[in-house]
Design a protein around this ligand. Structure first.
Ligand code: HEC
Length: 122
């Protein structure tokens, strides 16, 4: 049984490695990712005031509270965000942040969005 499980894991690793080799043809487009961000994320994660007189937009405000300025409250200014973390948060939501469906943000759009948000990452 453990042998069987091992080859299953191996198949996944080979599959991922195979996908990586074709990636250059489908290179993510950070410019389009910026447009995706402005449409779907900026209403909560942009700069400026929030609704009903709130001092900030809800995502910006929540991340200010969460990190107390040890990280920038604007996610566009972060340089520590990992692609997989962004994808999990976008697909599943986190606390009061709603998840996004593939009919709203396609996998391709999400790759572009990740390219935008990680453009300055170390
Ligand atoms: C309805 C408002 C709203 C929208 C729309 C929204 N977010 Fe959020 N987001 C939040 C809030 C609030 C949090 C903080 C959640 C918490 O308490 O940890 C958050 C947290 C995050 C985090 C976690 C950051 C961290 O370090 O904990 C990421 C990444 C993120 N959002 C990315 C996005 C992206 C990308 C989009 C657009 C696809 C988006 N969000 C759209 C409200 C929103």
């Amino acid at each position: 049984v453990s042998n069987c499980k091992h080859s299953f894991v191996k198949a996944i690793v080979v599959g991922v490695a195979g996908a990586a080799t074709v990636a250059p043809a489908l290179a993510a487009d950070a410019g389009h990712g910026h447009a995706v961000f402005l449409k779907w994320c900026a209403p909560c994660h942009g700069p400026g005031i929030g609704n009903n007189g709130a001092p900030m937009k809800p995502g910006t405000y929540a991340l200010l509270a969460k990190y107390n300025n040890s990280l920038p409250p604007l996610i566009e200014e972060r340089t520590d965000l990992q692609p997989d973390f962004i994808k999990v948060v976008v697909r599943n939501g986190i606390t009061i942040m709603p998840f996004s469906r593939k009919t709203e943000i396609s996998d391709r759009d999400l790759d572009d969005l990740v390219a935008w948000l990680t453009r300055n990452s170390k």
